[in-house]
Ligand binder design. Structure first.
Ligand code: MEV
Length: 307
């Protein structure tokens, strides 16, 4: 692999789903797990070679996020289709709530723009990836492409510039993977159906989630890990109420809380995918991670903030 262009995964700490309805959310990049893209001379046209899927995607494939992205980038830079193969691989499990589609699109966007000789700002990459994400997610809020393109923790409200913020301390997280692939497009669609049926009830839950997110931001800034943990638990309860839970997410949340986590919640679209737990310190982070692996599930450790 020659000088790959890479992009991180992400997890949402507070506010997923409600963010689609204009409420704030907080997301952090997972820099240790990345998608990578690198280019080589093509076979007569532009091809995205998705190595993990064993799939070659050309510009004619209008249903692919990568061809939508490449078309938009070529139009923006007024360039012709290059004779180029972009190889793509990712450490991020698909359908896991860790931003695999945003990360792969971002890596491809960086590799292609570099080949075309254009220097894109974070916000330009984020916008291009957002348009491509619509193919995969239907009505995304834009939080995934934002946190992945900026690669920094963000406080995000749909349609507004993302805000970065300082953390009062280091936060030690463990991500647990149920192994169940879940489509964000589907869970977002299910939430929308419930919202259309019971708008008052659902708006009430979204307001409660917004309060949790605001409290979460304050607690992160203050470095109050106990409060962050409690708010994660509260957020998880509310996510169950809006119907995006799953028995295996419950199992992993309970397991991590029993192992001493300060709080735990599903993260991302839900319906399967990943959960995230907050550990008291680095040592307990490793212990919680081990408990998840012992139970037969994949787990990753990640941190954010400053000591
Ligand atoms: C997916 O990572 C987060 C959701 O809130 C969807 C979105 O914001 O587009 C579930």
């Amino acid at each position: 692999m020659k000088n790959p262009f890479t992009a991180p995964g992400k997890i949402i700490l507070f506010g997923e789903h409600a963010v689609v309805y204009g409420k704030p959310a907080i997301a952090i990049p997972v820099s240790g797990m990345r998608a990578s893209a690198w280019s080589e001379p093509g076979e007569g046209k532009l091809t995205i070679n998705a190595l993990d899927l064993n799939e070659k995607i050309g510009l004619e494939n209008k249903a692919s996020q990568f061809s939508v992205l490449a078309q938009a980038l070529l139009a923006k830079t007024k360039q012709k289709e290059p004779n180029l193969t972009i190889n793509l691989t990712s450490k991020l499990p698909q359908g896991s709530g860790m931003g695999s589609s945003a990360a792969t699109s971002t890596a491809v966007c960086k590799a292609l723009s570099n080949y075309l000789g254009v220097d894109l700002e974070h916000n330009q990459i984020s916008e291009l990836v957002f348009d491509a994400e619509k193919i995969v997610h239907g009505t995304p809020s834009g939080i995934d492409n934002t946190v992945v393109a900026y690669e920094s923790p963000v406080y995000f409200v749909k349609g507004e510039d993302p805000l970065t913020f300082d953390s009062g301390r280091n936060f030690y997280l463990v991500i647990g993977d149920t192994g169940i692939e879940a489509s964000t497009k589907e869970t977002v669609g299910n939430v929308r159906k419930l919202w259309e049926k019971e708008p008052n009830l659902m708006n009430g839950y979204f307001d409660e989630i917004a309060n949790v997110t605001e409290g979460g931001k304050m607690a992160i800034e203050e470095g109050n890990k106990e409060a962050v943990g409690e708010l994660m638990n509260k957020n998880h309860e509310l996510l169950n109420k809006i119907g995006v839970g799953h028995p295996l997410l419950e199992k992993l949340v309970d397991l991590t809380l029993d192992a001493g986590a300060l709080g735990a919640k599903l993260t991302g679209g839900g319906g399967g995918g990943n959960m995230v737990a907050l550990a008291n310190n680095a040592e307990e982070q490793a212990e919680i991670c081990e408990k998840i692996t012992e139970a037969g599930y994949r787990a990753y450790q990640t941190t954010f903030g400053e000591d």
